[in-house]
Design a protein around this ligand. Structure first.
Ligand SMILES: [Zn+2]
Length: 104
């Protein structure tokens, strides 16, 4: 079985198996945190998991949870601007969609 090396605040370097820990991922994020209970001192620790760590842990068969925020944090803070609308309209022009309509 895969062994995962990590560090416990109290015990130092420890080795875990995938069943000993789980990942908490943010929705739409590849990074997150992993949580484990140290098998030596029973202390629960939470550590940041970089994209690389997440990839390794998932490949090892570690469980994961995706946090589903109750309030979306990515609502646009400003209403769509006129420039953006013009840009969008310009894209429509570039794609000649009136031609598509005639062809369809
Ligand atoms: Zn420990």
């Amino acid at each position: 079985m895969t062994t995962i090396r990590t560090t416990c605040e109290a015990c130092g370097d420890i080795e875990l198996v995938p069943d000993d820990l789980w990942l908490e991922l943010e929705a739409d994020e590849i990074e997150g945190e992993y949580i484990f209970q140290c098998p030596y001192c029973d202390q629960t620790e939470r550590k940041p998991a970089s994209q690389r760590v997440v990839t390794i842990l998932l490949a090892s068969g570690v469980r994961y949870e995706v946090a589903s925020p109750m309030t979306p944090t990515r609502l646009p803070s400003t209403p769509i601007s006129e420039a953006e609308i013009l840009s969008f309209a310009g894209k429509l022009d570039n794609e000649n969609w009136s031609e598509h309509l005639e062809a369809g």
